[in-house]
Write a protein that binds this ligand. Structure first.
Ligand code: NI
Ligand code: MN
Length: 228
């Protein structure tokens, strides 16, 4: 069995498994490369790496229209809870059981705020689909740090979504080192090309021993777990 991985553009994904659908960082309204509208997204869960507008995006409307649970840092969940959204607050290092498996938050070296309000720790998100034995690690907006190797050893992700747009995150050279430490089977470059301030050329993102799969917004691929 495989997971449908749909790229929403920038850092956003929809992951569809047999027992649940998760949306990560659904930034659609105002995203110059997005092809999907927030009203078209169907999901059971929303997982957020941090509070910045280009990640939080349409979380409020998507969570409400789908009656979906939001998994995010404690402070983001406080904000969303006050808006009537179902939440699963967490912090880096923790794991949350879900209908389809679990979601874990990991460290990220970045910042996190929303509309000027502090939104707790920035995170990476690890999503595990039990029925499919499939694990995806979305790094959020992190800088390079050597414990990415440890996170890779702990979760053994099939796929890693790695920011390579530079300035606010790693660039392609640092992203290559991150991929080589995490050792996923497939690396998807994210957080590049969306805006003028982000790198437009990521040809240096060529990690040894890792297949790079560059996705366009709206593109969907089926990716298998450990068994295929
Ligand atoms: Ni950010
Ligand atoms: Mn960002």
């Amino acid at each position: 069995m495989a997971i449908e991985v749909e790229f929403l553009g920038h850092s956003g994904f929809i992951l569809r498994g047999a027992e649940g659908t998760v949306v990560i960082d659904p930034f659609l309204t105002g995203n110059p490369v997005a092809v999907k509208k927030a009203g078209e997204v169907q999901c059971n869960y929303v997982a957020l790496t941090h509070g910045h507008e280009d990640h939080f995006g349409d979380t409020l409307s998507i969570a409400k229209s789908n009656n979906a649970k939001v998994i995010a840092a404690y402070e983001i969940c406080e904000y969303l809870g006050a808006e009537g959204v179902h939440t699963e607050p967490a912090n880096p290092g923790g794991r949350i059981e879900t209908d389809f498996g679990w979601v874990a938050l990991t460290q990220a070296f970045h910042s996190s705020s929303y509309k000027g309000q502090y939104m707790g720790m920035p995170c990476g998100v690890v999503v595990h689909f039990k029925a499919e034995s499939f694990t995806l690690f979305h790094l959020g907006d992190t800088a390079l740090f050597s414990d990415l190797k440890l996170i890779g050893e702990m979760y053994r992700p099939d796929v890693a979504c790695i920011p390579v747009g530079d300035r606010f995150t790693m660039g392609p050279e640092a992203g290559k080192l991150a991929a080589e430490m995490i050792k996923p089977r497939v690396a998807i470059p994210i957080h590049w090309g969306t805006f003028d301030a982000l790198a437009q050329d990521i040809s240096a993102f060529k990690p040894d021993g890792v297949e790079v799969r560059q996705m366009k917004a709206g593109e969907m691929v089926k990716l298998g777990g450990v068994a295929g």
